[in-house]
Design a protein around this ligand. Sequence first.
Ligand SMILES: [Zn+2]
Length: 172
Amino acid sequence: MKESYAIAHELHARAVAQGARSDVCLCCGAVIVGGLPACYELFAELGAQRYIDPAYAAPTLYGVDAHALQHPEIHGKKNNAAHLLRLHWLFSRHEMARVGEIPRWWHDWLNSGDIPLLEPPRQRGDLTVMDVAVAHCVDDFARLMEAWARSVYAAWDAHHAWAEAELRRLLR
Ligand SMILES: [Zn+2]
């Protein structure tokens, strides 16, 4: 967590020094004062609501996948493949009710070794963390988190076939 945040600061500072806008997240395109590090902080803040009301916990996991896949530059390659695989499982197998669950096979797969480097798309979805931040109740939060995750999942469509093949192997 800390390491990703430090990388976010470095990348943002470098981009701004090269003339990029400081109020745009260079990974997801969200317009937010402070850019990439602020985007990261806003997501952490939204996620922290689950400590006050546990009903926020499950939908927050959608956001963990969505935010990671929109910011691959600050995470490792395992991270991207893992989050895409979880979203593919949720959406392709109609397992949305289990959004709060990290399946056993997912952990086993993460520890299995050979995980590919998936080239991130240039466009990473129509929604960002900013669209979820307007939620005014837990139902709204859950609806927006799912919409955000769906838009990011769709943006990664070049790797859906990979995710399907991997999932079939794992669920066999
Ligand atoms: Zn961002």
